[in-house]
Ligand binder design. Structure first.
Ligand SMILES: NC(=O)c1ccc[n+]([C@@H]2O[C@H](COP(=O)([O-])OP(=O)(O)OC[C@H]3O[C@@H](n4cnc5c(N)ncnc54)[C@H](O)[C@@H]3O)[C@@H](O)[C@H]2O)c1
Length: 435
């Protein structure tokens, strides 16, 4: 492996901005077109970081690189203070940060990193070659309202959805169903959302529709099979290439193949388990590696991995063992991963929704469970799909199915709640109560 990992450095650089400002940023990596160019050809505003000494034995050393970047940024900011320490102290309310970082390795210019608050702003900077520096007052614009009012974080009830504004999020299985609802909710709340799905056509269409409605690049499709580790690695590489890092990873992709334990064939059991259970392990492993890297320069920045589990992760499901077993297992993984990843300020939680009756799994007019149950006569005296739906709704204490908005409230809660990890949050209308 070559010692230089340009994309990984984007994440380390993003960490510096998160740490300095406590709000989201996008970092775009560009390999240098002319490695023999000299640093002197670029403006004073461009910070040049020499990483040669972090690449001992040609291995990319994440920790070493993080140290070099942190020191280089501190020195750069100091240089920009008009008269050294004294001026820096006087100006402590203004933080200066470069918009363009040049990385040099063994006398070669390896890459440029362009930075701005969102993906469209950073692209405009590159196009206009606008390297004017950021002068960021403290507290930084975009800081949570309670902080501006001098309250402890979380003490103001206003704008809970602001917690994902300017954050970079990824939703697996985001092209339809609950995943689509979550993608829409996050984008409407100001996040940049990667729609990660096997179904590329659906993901692309949804991303275009959302970005047009939001009048900004709000969603980006990315291909993935969550049961294939190489595919998941490629997916996170794309995320880093297009945005520089990640704040919120929602592991939502899941499948259901109901079947009796006496009849279901092993292949089908494995298919469900590979996606619902093993897929969550793969996603957390690869997301965790990315988030740990970002943590090296952003030690106080909290990030989230959330599994969309199910009420079937909290109680058994008759003739549906592959699904319920994988979901129960998901809660065990959530708690275990949470214990380990807390060291990197990564919270890991699960959400256990009740049935999404209005989603395609239940309401698809041809393949949906309502049609299937009607045809199979599963609900006594039911004559129409509406009868079957009413039967299932009547089982819920709150008398309706779970919606995307219900799940979004749980997501906002988990992201905002800094003092919780490893939990399974039920959103079941009272159908499953914890004890
Ligand atoms: N629908 C419900 O009533 C309900 C209830 C509770 C929990 N859940 C959970 O919510 C999640 C979403 O369920 P849904 O009903 O919205 O599903 P859905 O079938 O409507 O959509 C699932 C999406 O995941 C994608 N997908 C499937 N396999 C994939 C893979 N290997 N890699 C990447 N993408 C893949 C599909 O292309 C699709 O876009 C699942 O984890 C499910 O267990 C659903």
């Amino acid at each position: 492996m070559s010692g230089f990992d340009g994309q990984s450095l984007a994440t380390i650089i993003r960490g510096i901005y998160l740490n300095a400002t406590e709000t989201g940023w996008v970092v775009l990596y560009h390999p240098a077109e002319d490695p023999s160019a000299s640093k002197d050809q670029f403006s004073e505003n461009v910070i040049c970081v020499d990483i040669t000494s972090s690449l001992a034995n040609d291995d990319f050393d994440e920790g070493g690189a993080a140290k070099i970047f942190s020191e280089a940024f501190a020195a750069w900011e100091f240089d920009r203070a008009p008269a050294g320490v004294e001026a820096l102290e006087k100006n402590e309310n203004i933080k200066k940060l470069p918009a363009c970082v040049l990385v040099k390795n063994r006398n070669r210019i390896e890459a440029f990193y362009w930075i701005d608050r969102d993906i469209d702003a950073v692209k405009a900077r590159i196009e206009q070659r606008n390297d004017s520096i950021f002068e960021i007052p403290s507290p930084c614009p975009g800081t949570a309202p309670e902080k501006l009012a001098g309250l402890a974080p979380g003490m103001s009830a206003s704008g809970r959805n602001d917690v994902v504004k300017n954050r970079i999020a990824l939703v697996t299985g985001g092209a339809q169903g609950f995943g689509e609802e979550i993608v829409r909710g996050l984008a409407a709340s100001g996040a940049l959302v990667f729609i990660a799905d096997l179904n590329q056509k659906g993901a692309k269409k949804l991303a275009e529709e959302i970005s047009a409605a939001e009048k900004r690049t709000a969603a980006i499709p990315v291909e993935v099979d969550v049961s294939d580790e190489a595919s998941v690695q490629r997916m996170f590489r794309t995320v880093v290439e297009k945005a520089g890092g990640l704040d919120l990873c929602i592991s939502n992709a899941g499948v259901l193949r109901a079947g009796s334990v006496l009849e279901q064939d092993l292949e089908e059991f494995k298919f469900v388990t590979d996606i619902n259970y093993t897929g969550f392990f793969i996603i957390t492993k690869q997301a965790g590696l990315l988030l740990r890297r970002q943590h090296r320069t952003a030690p106080d920045w909290k990030t989230d991995i959330i599994q969309i589990n199910s009420k079937s992760g909290l109680e058994g499901s008759n003739k549906n063992g592959a699904y319920a077993g994988g979901k129960f297992g998901g809660i065990g993984l959530t708690a275990s991963f949470a214990l380990e990843l807390v060291e990197y300020n990564i919270k890991v939680n699960a959400i256990c929704p009740g049935n999404f009756f209005d989603g395609p799994l239940w309401s698809d007019p041809e393949k949906g469970l309502f049609v299937q149950y009607l045809k199979a006569g599963k609900v006594p005296r039911a004559k129409t799909v509406a009868d079957v739906k009413a039967f299932y709704e009547s089982k819920v204490p709150l008398k309706r199915g779970c919606t995307g908005a219900d799940v979004m409230r749980a997501i906002y809660y988990i992201v905002e709640q800094e003092y919780e990890t490893g939990q399974a949050v039920p959103v079941t209308g009272g159908q499953v109560m914890l004890h």
